[in-house]
Design a protein. Sequence first.
Length: 295
Amino acid sequence: MIDGRVDLHVHSSNSSDGDFAPSELLRMAKKNGLRAISISDHDTVGAYPEALEWSSRLGVELIPSVELTTLFEAREFHLLLPFVHWESRALRGILSRVTEARMEEAKERVAKLQGLGFDISWDEVLLQTKGEPPLGVSIAQTLIDKGRKEKIPALQKYYEGENLIFAPYIFYREYFLEEGPAFVPRRTVSLLEVLDVVSGDGAVPVLAHPGAYFERATREDLVSLKERGLAGLEVYSSYHEPEQVQSFRALAEELDLVATAGSDFHGRIKPHVVFGQLREGSYDMVEALKKRRRR
């Protein structure tokens, strides 16, 4: 194993639900003894070039990336693109389409919540997310923060016991999934379409947290995606239970996908994910991804 710990999936304040500036993440990486990190913000490369400048200053390797929100088999799949040429025209075109679609989805979600009687406005949500397209959990966090101050009865259960830690995710599952009262159909780009474009743009496509409740990736899914250019699988993730790690590690080996490790660190919205706690990430994962890269 090549020396050095890595975390190939962290979020900066450029994500609508991230808290820390790129410079802060790199300082934290240095303090925690990480050799490399990959800032993979939701549907934006806004962390660059600032992040690259701080990488050089602090001596922590930075792997440019992004976490794209895509659709595959009627499910939301998140695709990581380590080593992508973040300034490329092709990537910018994809990001523009994803951003437009996510903005419309978020507006519809807020409107659905208003129709259910919740006191929440589009301006409040945008303020919370710094103008970035709001994720469902970001909308939920805005509402839950407001409910805590104003003692909204319908939200009280989200402040009780362990519910408080996972409140935005519990709300998301109860309101925004397909059977929920504030469900809005996803309209973002096709995962297969993205795979057809990005591999020629320096990226080594990696499927993020395949065991997440909204993805539930199967072996058949991974076989299909591998045929279209998927190169890696995020085996070690804060989304995965030990049995899922074991299962996805076996699938990665069977299908010749690079097994990667990413904490999916955000900050306040995921208080259970602590920066630097991921132990399984090793630099040989970076080397394995580099070998799959097309310039």
